[in-house]
Design a protein around this ligand. Structure first.
Ligand code: NDP
Length: 255
């Protein structure tokens, strides 16, 4: 068991990548708390996995403060933070209202910064912070400006925090998922036919010729969270089926 005796918090642990990671962390012996806004999926995860499920909006300062009070009461400290909660909105620049841009940046960058800031009072030397980035920060996909900018912000946040927290023995790394089958795709406001076309286009870009599964990312997060990654700091672990590393091998380029 790679996380035996460790205490972990996963934001957005009631769905997709966060939920798969919670399941894996529990299997590896961790005590796990998850957050999200949806009470029903939080309750299901709590029943199924035995995790502590806390309803908490990452954008709400009061909720954030009570969240870490609760973690302190239940766990006393925190060994692992997976700052995973995030949203995606895809639209052409001229059809993107300022509010959508702000919502994406506030959820994916500002709230990550504030969550890490609030968590640090419970973290000591040996603790690990994992941020959830995206290949979108690097691919230059169209209609993704807000999302891509937010995930580039996550990458920069990771590097800077790794520098700042190294003297305290706290590691900060980022997992960089590619196209992963999770509910995030249904949540985007894109019409179904445009979403299907987008998915086909994205799949044609993947050298390993399949979309990723939430478990593929959970495996990578487990590594970054574990003591096996004790010397990994400020790194980006790309888990994208080869999109960033060998784009020319994608199905769209095969003869
Ligand atoms: P999901 O939509 O399944 O999960 C998103 C999670 O974030 C949910 O648990 C949701 O819970 C939570 N969340 C969103 N907004 C808030 C908020 N304001 N407060 C608290 N929780 C919130 O999608 P994924 O699992 O795919 O996404 C997880 C992360 O992975 C995101 O950061 C995403 O950007 C990243 N990612 C995903 C990729 C993919 O292809 N799926 C690719 C690259 C990165 P609730 O709705 O209950 O609030």
């Amino acid at each position: 068991m790679q996380l035996k005796g460790k205490c972990a918090l996963i934001t957005g642990g009631n769905s997709g990548i966060g939920l798969a990671t919670a399941r894996r962390f529990v299997a590896e012996g961790a005590r796990v708390a998850i957050t999200g806004r949806d009470a029903a999926t939080l309750a299901t995860a709590a029943n199924e996995l035995g995790v502590t499920a806390i309803r908490s909006d990452v954008l709400d300062a009061q909720a954030r403060s009570s969240l870490f009070d609760r973690i302190k009461d239940e766990f006393g400290h925190l060994d692992i933070l997976f700052a995973n909660a995030g949203i995606a909105k895809f639209s052409p620049i001229e059809e993107t209202p300022e509010k959508d841009f702000d919502d994406v940046l506030r959820t994916n960058v500002t709230a990550v910064f504030l969550t890490v800031k609030a968590a640090l009072r419970l973290m000591d030397a040996g603790a690990a912070i994992i941020l959830n980035g995206s290949m979108a920060a690097s691919t230059g996909s169209s209609q993704s400006s807000a999302y891509a900018a937010s995930k580039a912000g996550v990458r920069a946040l990771c590097r800077s925090l790794a520098g700042e927290l190294s003297p305290r023995g706290i590691r900060v790394n980022v997992v960089v998922p590619g196209v992963i089958e999770t509910p995030i795709w249904e949540r985007t406001a894109v019409p179904p036919e445009a979403a299907a076309a987008r998915e086909r286009r994205l799949q044609g870009m993947i050298p390993l010729n399949r979309a990723g599964r939430a478990e593929d990312i959970a495996n990578a997060v487990l590594f970054l969270a574990s003591d096996e990654a004790a010397y990994v700091q400020g790194a980006e672990l790309v888990v994208d089926g080869g999109v960033l590393g060998s784009a020319a091998a994608a199905p769209a380029h095969r003869r």
